[in-house]
Design a protein around this ligand. Structure first.
Ligand code: HAM
Length: 429
């Protein structure tokens, strides 16, 4: 019989324990930073009504046009991003009634049917932060500074690029100007951009095709078309970034692939990631909450791709950062009677908060010591037949190989605490 070899689907990836260490580190640092900035966690479903994404991300975007995993018969879609879901929850639970400004974050998987490549998956993960209800430019700068701090605390470098996309007042005249300009180039643009010229002209500005990017160098700039309020807002955002000492550059060609943005948009670009160089991105969406049927409130946020953060951490070649999971004590027992004591000992140690391990297969001391090494054990407690007669075990420090007797006389209830005391004392020395 021919047995089918089962594999994960293309673009969907298993994250094995060695790599999970990096993921946990990223998640821990993200949570810590988000809490420092007063954000609270919100957990959301990974499936929503398709209409939510069509209305927020935009009908003419690549994401909605061709990248969504939709169950057409049910009218539902695996979320391609978290902002829309978060705002749906925000509106549904009337969260604005509790407090004028809501600061929220969420961490989890997203799904986009893109062509998989380095740093681009079909199931990927984001840490995602949003501040809802504040229009002040300080918040824009604070959010970007928070992203920058996250990268710094992970030991990573990326450059911050910022732009302003204006508002419903200044964007339409700009769009018109841009379409006029693009129409003149029409024959020379790539086929995607020819189609985008009317469907989504702003996207032409960040086409990756070298010919297109050359052709748009002289295109009208959104920054020259901003209304007074938007222009002032962006100037203040920049002044705030300067005040905080956040390095950034203005990129007038940055337009983002989601339609909900207004005013400030930004991306963190890591130049050693290859084609998928954006490690994080975000911006303001001042009209979106109202468009989704909620109160008239502004919002701003960003998301970082965890897979891309992991790639950058791996590239530094100091993978484990001392993060490897360690065992405190490995109990090596020799003989049946010792194994019985060991079995009870391991459980008592675990009850007292010690990471303890044991091998039950009755292997030789040498094999057990090898196993202790594999588990990165800091100590091994050896219980042999001779030791058992004296009611003691031998506690060996695996780093400096020093050994000391460990009495088993006082019974299991006190073993854990005593061992914990020894280990902690050694650590603090
Ligand atoms: P986005 O630019 O679509 O924005 O995605 C943000 C980040 O998610 C990207 O910079 C990248 O690191 C990661 N990412 C996106 N697609 C993939 C993929 N296929 N594979 C791996 N990583 C990927 C948003 O999603 C917005 N919701 C961000 C936001 C929040 N704006 C305001 N609030």
């Amino acid at each position: 019989m021919h047995l089918l070899k089962l594999k994960a689907i293309n673009g969907f990836k298993d994250i094995l324990p060695d790599e999970v260490i990096l993921w946990q580190h990223i998640e821990n640092i993200s949570r810590d930073i988000f809490h420092r900035f007063g954000l609270q966690e919100i957990r959301l479903p990974i499936i929503e009504e398709t209409e939510l994404f069509a209305r927020s991300i935009g009908q003419a975007t690549d994401i909605v046009e061709k990248e969504m995993y939709t169950f057409a018969d049910k009218g539902i879609t695996l979320r391609p991003e978290a902002t829309a879901s978060l705002l749906r929850a925000f509106i549904e639970h009337g969260m604005h009634v509790q407090q004028p400004v809501n600061r929220l974050y969420t961490i989890g998987p997203m799904f986009r049917h893109e062509r998989p490549q380095k740093g681009r998956l079909r199931q990927f993960h984001q840490v995602n932060a949003e501040v809802i209800g504040a229009v002040e430019p300080q918040v824009d700068a604070e959010i970007m500074a928070m992203g920058q701090l996250l990268l710094t605390e992970l030991g990573l470098k990326a450059s911050l690029e910022a732009n302003s996309l204006g508002c419903p007042e200044c964007r339409p005249p700009f769009r018109k100007k841009l379409v006029n300009y693009l129409e003149q180039l029409s024959g020379q643009l790539c086929s995607d951009c020819q189609r985008r010229t009317h469907a989504n002209p702003l996207r032409v500005l960040d086409c990756k095709n070298p010919r297109c990017s050359e052709l748009v160098q002289d295109a009208p700039s959104i920054l020259e078309c901003l209304c007074t309020e938007c222009s002032e807002h962006f100037a203040q955002v920049q002044a705030c970034l300067d005040l905080l000492g956040v390095q950034y550059s203005v990129n007038k060609f940055m337009v983002r692939g989601l339609d909900y943005y207004t005013r400030t948009t930004f991306e963190f670009i890591a130049h050693n990631l290859g084609a998928q160089s954006a490690v994080g991105a975000g911006g303001r969406y001042d009209g979106l909450i109202e468009d989704l049927g909620g109160p008239k409130l502004p919002g701003i946020g960003f998301a970082m791709g965890i897979e891309r953060l992991v790639l950058l951490m791996r590239e530094r070649n100091d993978d484990d950062l001392g993060l490897q999971q360690k065992t405190d004590v490995f109990v090596a027992a020799l003989g049946e009677e010792a194994a019985k004591h060991g079995f009870l000992l391991v459980h008592t140690l675990r009850q007292s908060g010690i990471k303890a391990a044991m091998d039950y297969s009755g292997r030789s001391l040498k094999a057990q010591m090898k196993q202790a090494g594999r588990l990165n054990s800091r100590y091994t407690l050896i219980i042999g037949e001779n030791e058992l007669e004296r009611n003691t075990g031998v506690l060996r420090n695996m780093e400096n190989r020093e050994q000391e007797d460990f009495t088993l006389e006082d019974g299991p209830a006190s073993w854990g605490n005593r061992l914990k005391h020894i280990i902690e004392k050694k650590v603090s020395l």
